[in-house]
Ligand binder design. Structure first.
Ligand SMILES: [Zn+2]
Length: 244
């Protein structure tokens, strides 16, 4: 657990609520996003795929199941989170899946009221991801998109999980609980993690004391957007749930 007095910041651009409402146009360039961290997750303009950022390298899983190594720093994203790895708590986990992460792991590391980054690497016996298909304007709601998203599974794959834990009370700003993406070591298979099992993984955990929430104030759709608070939580649960 961190305790050396340095500030550690999770930087988030855009909000999940705004994305849910259909504001899917890209509003921050990769160049600007990467000023705030080298590691993270997100999606591209038009909800075009699932993004994995590892040590400054950017990968995009697209909805046909392929993975692009993205080098265009002017590519824009409507929603993304990044951080700079620091103050890492090293992890060695056995029999890992979402049940273990949601239960024992959250309790042992006292995560329920904090933001944290998780990175886990190793051999996975099973992985299931989904990949958001690119949308065209006028954009539908995220809930409508979520109902038709392709999923892809792999057995016996070496790879890395990267993503975040967020407290329940922030569950409309971002995804509450775990929001994790996966990418294989050969960079051929990736996506938003729906389920996995792994006998043994190593990695690290970073707990943040600061959330920096950046908003796309120049974006008219964002400025004029309406969020339906009455149905927001249910819609997010249906769109962003991570259980198999
Ligand atoms: Zn995701």
């Amino acid at each position: 657990m961190k305790g050396n007095g340095t500030i550690s910041t999770l930087y988030e651009h855009g909000t999940l609520a705004s994305l849910m409402a259909g504001n899917m146009a890209g509003t921050i360039t990769l160049e600007d996003l990467l000023k705030h961290g080298s590691t993270g997750i997100g999606t591209f303009d038009g909800l075009d795929g699932e993004v994995i950022i590892l040590d400054g390298e950017v990968y995009q899983a697209v909805s046909d199941g392929t993975v692009n190594h993205v080098t265009d720093r002017q590519a824009k994203m409507p929603f993304a989170s990044v951080h700079t790895p620091a103050d890492l708590e090293e992890l060695e986990l056995t029999d890992v899946d979402f049940n273990a992460l949601n239960g024992k792991f959250v309790r042992q590391h006292e995560l329920k009221n904090v933001f944290a980054a998780l990175r886990l690497t190793g051999k996975f016996s099973h992985v299931k991801v989904r990949i958001a298909p690119k949308q065209e304007e006028p954009y539908p709601s995220l809930l409508e998109v979520a109902q038709g998203q392709p999923t892809f599974t792999r057995d016996d794959v070496d790879g890395t999980i990267i993503g975040y834990y967020a407290p329940e009370i922030f569950g409309s700003v971002t995804a509450a609980g775990w929001h994790l993406h996966f990418i294989s070591d050969d960079r051929q298979y990736a996506g938003h993690l729906l389920g996995f099992t792994a006998p043994a993984l190593t990695g690290d955990l970073q707990i943040f004391d600061t959330l920096e929430q950046h908003l796309p104030i120049a974006d008219q759709a964002f400025r004029q957007g309406e969020v339906d608070m009455a149905t927001l939580r249910d819609s997010i649960a249906q769109s962003e749930g991570n259980q198999d």
